[in-house]
Ligand binder design. Structure first.
Ligand SMILES: NC(=O)c1ccc[n+]([C@@H]2O[C@H](COP(=O)([O-])OP(=O)(O)OC[C@H]3O[C@@H](n4cnc5c(N)ncnc54)[C@H](O)[C@@H]3O)[C@@H](O)[C@H]2O)c1
Length: 280
């Protein structure tokens, strides 16, 4: 696949990985519709990329809201006539151990990280099918969708869900000339370390905001993100892996053994159950 003259729709485009994906796609000759909930950030981002043009436009969009994604899809078709590449990339991080996360915050992260991806796939897939030229869906999960830590159960839950969802739809959509890739990075320089500041429990007053446990976990994540891979390198790697038709995109050599450790642990549990079934 080449990107030249293809049209791409990207969520979470105002910042970090999404912004870098827009820049990399433009450099490879694609047309880009940038979408983000943050209108001010979006306007700054499009100006940084040279401003609106025949190849670049933006639309404010909240991926939690299906009607908002539908309206953004309408604007994409109105502007560029058709869409080939859809990058469901918007996401937020939420640190905090089990039992210490407000249920409103749980709902918030599920609505953005999981339902935001589902809305993008459900609304854009018929538009890709309609022109018959094929296409590619990129869903941003994380390495946190393949391994777990004890520090961010809601984030892991949503990212494991995005990996499973992406692998599932890939089977069906490949028969219709629509490839699916799941982006699974470890730390990449971006603003995600502070995204938890927008969680619902942070807006009900100073007392609720002062959650020291969450603040300290969030500060650790922000420090790791600050030392992560450059977002433009992550974006170029992603486009290269998509062009190869890869299902997953990883970026961290140090996390590679984790895949084997997890596979071995799963196999050991499987074998234990089979041994019990054989003996009983
Ligand atoms: N940076 C990392 O280390 C890292 C690692 C693994 C996965 N990821 C994933 O990468 C994706 C991009 O994150 P990033 O690191 O570039 O963070 P970022 O905070 O720099 O960018 C995320 C963007 O998403 C937007 N957004 C948030 N809620 C939204 C909503 N409801 N609707 C539309 N847009 C919304 C934000 O305004 C922001 O511009 C996320 O899905 C994240 O989980 C990031």
């Amino acid at each position: 696949m080449t990107y030249k003259n293809k049209t791409a729709f990207i969520t979470g485009a105002a910042s970090g990985i999404g912004y870098a994906l827009c820049e990399a796609l433009l450099a490879q000759g694609a047309k880009v519709m940038m979408a983000d909930i943050n209108e001010v950030g979006l306007n700054e981002a499009i100006e940084k990329l040279g401003g609106a043009s025949a190849a670049l436009a933006c639309v404010q969009c909240d991926v939690r809201n299906a009607a908002s994604v539908q309206a953004a899809a309408g604007k994409t078709i109105e502007t560029f006539d058709r869409v080939h590449i859809v990058m469901n990339n918007a996401g937020v991080g939420l640190a905090g151990r089990s039992g210490r996360t407000d249920l409103k915050d749980w709902q918030w992260i599920v609505d953005i990280n999981l339902m935001g991806v589902v809305h993008g796939v459900e609304i854009f897939t018929p538009l890709i099918k309609a022109h018959g030229e094929g296409g590619h869906i990129l869903n941003t999960a994380s390495m946190a969708g393949h391994m777990t830590t004890e520090y961010m159960p809601p984030y892991h839950a949503t990212k494991f869900a995005v990996v499973g969802y992406s692998e599932s739809i890939a089977q069906e959509l490949s028969q219709q000339d629509i490839a699916v890739t799941c982006l699974c990075p470890t730390w990449v320089k971006s603003n995600i370390g502070r995204s938890g500041d927008n969680r619902p429990s942070a807006s009900v007053g100073q007392a609720a905001r002062k959650n020291e446990h969450l603040e300290s976990a969030q500060n650790s994540v922000a420090a790791l993100v600050a030392n992560g891979m450059d977002a433009d390198r992550m974006a170029n790697l992603t486009l290269a892996m998509m062009a190869e038709g890869r299902m997953h995109v990883f970026n961290d050599p140090e996390a590679r053994p984790v895949i084997d450790i997890r596979a071995k642990a799963l196999a050991a549990d499987y074998d234990a159950a089979l041994a019990w079934l054989k003996a009983n």
